[in-house]
Design a protein around this ligand. Sequence first.
Ligand code: HEM
Ligand SMILES: *[C@@H]1O[C@H](CO)[C@@H](O)[C@H](O)[C@H]1NC(C)=O
Ligand SMILES: *[C@@H]1O[C@H](CO)[C@@H](O)[C@H](O)[C@H]1NC(C)=O
Ligand SMILES: *[C@@H]1O[C@H](CO)[C@@H](O)[C@H](O)[C@H]1NC(C)=O
Length: 509
Amino acid sequence: MDDPRSLVLYGVLAFLMVASLRRAFHNPKLDAIPIVRSSKLAGNYWDAYNFPVNGLNLIKAGYAQYPEGIFRVARLFRWMFIVSSPKLVKEIGDAPETVLSFHGGVELNFPIKLLIGPAVAENHYHVHTIRTNLTRNLHACFPDVKDEITDAFGDVVQLQGSEWKSLPMLPTTMAIVARVSNRLFVGLPLCRDRTYLQNNVQFALDIMRSRRKMDWFPYFLRPLVAPLICDKDKTIAVALKALSPLIEERLSKEKELGPDYAGKPNDLISWLLEDAEEKERNAPSLVLRILLSNFAAIHTTSMAFTQAMFDLTTRLEHLLPMREEADRVIAQEGWTKTALNSMFKIDSFLRESQRMNNNLAAAMVRKVVAKDGFMFSDGTVLPEGSMVCAAARPIHYDSSIHENATEFDGFRFARERAEHGATQDLNQVIFKRQMISTGPDHLAFGTGKHACPGRFFAATELKAMLAHVVMNYDLKAEMEGVRPPDAVSGLAISPNATAMVQFRKRIDL
Ligand code: HEM
Ligand SMILES: *[C@@H]1O[C@H](CO)[C@@H](O)[C@H](O)[C@H]1NC(C)=O
Ligand SMILES: *[C@@H]1O[C@H](CO)[C@@H](O)[C@H](O)[C@H]1NC(C)=O
Ligand SMILES: *[C@@H]1O[C@H](CO)[C@@H](O)[C@H](O)[C@H]1NC(C)=O
C-alpha cells in the first residue's frame, strides 16, 4: 500500500466497481417488480454487499410478502429475480436453453470457464453420461456400491466393544461418500487411495474459494483477474498423476483389442470414453470430467447424509421403524438395488430431510438469453441478461404446499404413498412421493429439463448408506434434542461442519 501506484489502481478499481453497480441497478423497465430490502433505510449497495450474511432472510421475507409472484433482491453487479409460485417455477424448469439458459446461470454465479477451463464450460457431454449410462448401470454396479459402503463404514467408524464413539459427522460422511462415489467413477483400487480422494475434496474447496473471491469483481474484470485468483492447477496435476496411467491403459487396450474388449471395467471412465468426442479422448481432458463429477457429487451427497443424521439423532423415534423395515426387506429380497425400492420409510425420511434441509436458499439459477426477454404467464417480463431463480427453501416450508410444513415428519411421504396408493393410479402416485421425483414443490434436485442427472445415483447411495447405518449402529446426538445449527452463506446452506454424532454397535433390547 506504500506504493502510490497501487493507490491509484485501487482508486480506479473502486470507481469501476461503483460505476458498474450503478449501471446494473438502474433500469426503469423493471419498476413493476418489487424490490425486497433488509430495511427501509438500507440501500441496494448495502444489501448486495451483505447478501452472504442476510440473503436467506431476504429471500424468506420476499416469499412471505409475494407468495404468488416474482420479487428481486440486490446482488453485487446485478438484480436477482426470485420466483415464488410453484406455477411460475415450473415455467423456469420447462423453458428451453435458448430462452432461459442453465449454463448461462451457472456462469453468472460460478464462472466455470474461468475457474476450471473453457472445454468443460462449452461441452457438457459428461452430463449425458451421468444421466444415462451411469444411471442405467446402477443395477449392475450395486454390489460394488454396497461392498464399498460396508468397507468404508468399517474403516472410518472403527468401533470397539459396546462403547459409544463420537464422530464429526460431515468429515466422516465425506470420507465415506468420496470412496463410494469413486468406486463407481474410477473403481478399485484408486477409490481407496487417500491422496486421490483428498485431492478431489481439495479441488472442490479450492474452486469454491476462488469463486468467492471472484464474486467481488464486476463481470467484465473477471477474465482479467482470474489467472491471479484461480487455484486449480495443483489439484488438476495431482488428479492427472493418479488417473492418467489408468486412462492410458484403457485407451491402449481398446486400440489393441477393440472397443468392447473382455474385462473392460464398468465405471465412469469407460462410459465417458464411450461418449466423448475424439479430441476429448485423452487423459488431461478426461481428468477434468472426473474432477467435475466428483465436485458435483461429493459435497452435495455428503451434506444431504449429514443433515439426515442430524435429523435422525434429534428425532430418534424414527430409528427403530427404519431398522425394522431394512431388516425385513433385506431378509425377504436380499441386499440388492431392488430391495431399496421397497424401503418406503427410509426413502421418505431422506426426502423429508432434503425438504427441510436442502442446500440452497434459492435454486435453479437461469440467465435470460432470449433477445426479447422472458415473459412469465403472469405477464412479468425479465429483460435479456437477467438472473432468475426459484425460492426453493421458502417453498419447502410453505404450509399451503406441504401440510404442517415447519414440522419434521420423517414418514410423511411414506404415508402419502400408502394412503394414495390404494385409491389412485398406483404408479403415478407412488412415483411422485419418491426421493428421486422432483416437482415445483420439491426442489432439492431442481426440477424440469436440468433436474440433477446424478440424483438416481445419489438416492441409491444415500438409501443404502442409511439402511446400513440403522441396521448396524445405535445412534445418539452429541447433546440430546439439540440439532446443530446450519452454516448459511448467501444462497448456500450447509450442515454444521464440526458437530458430532455418537455411534455404538447395534444392541437389540
Ligand atoms: C444429494 C445429492 C445431490 C444434490 C442435492 C444435487 C443437486 C443438484 C441441483 C440442485 C442441480 C441443479 C438443477 C437445476 O439448476 O435445475 C444439480 C445439477 C447437477 N448435478 Fe446434482 N445433486 C446431487 C448429487 C449429484 C451426483 C451424485 C452427481 C453425479 C454423479 C451430480 C451431478 C450433477 C450434474 C452433472 C448437474 C448439472 C446438470 C446439467 O448440466 O443439466 N449431482 N444437482
Ligand atoms: C451410453 O449410452 C448411450 C445411449 O445414451 C449408448 O449408445 C452407449 O452404448 C452407452 N455406453 C455405455 C458404455 O454403456
Ligand atoms: C398437522 O398438525 C396437526 C396439529 O398438530 C395434526 O392434528 C395433524 O395430524 C398434522 N398433520 C400431519 C399430516 O401431520
Ligand atoms: C456447530 O456445532 C457445535 C456443537 O455441536 C457448536 O459448538 C458450533 O458453534 C456449531 N457451529 C456453527 C457454525 O454453528
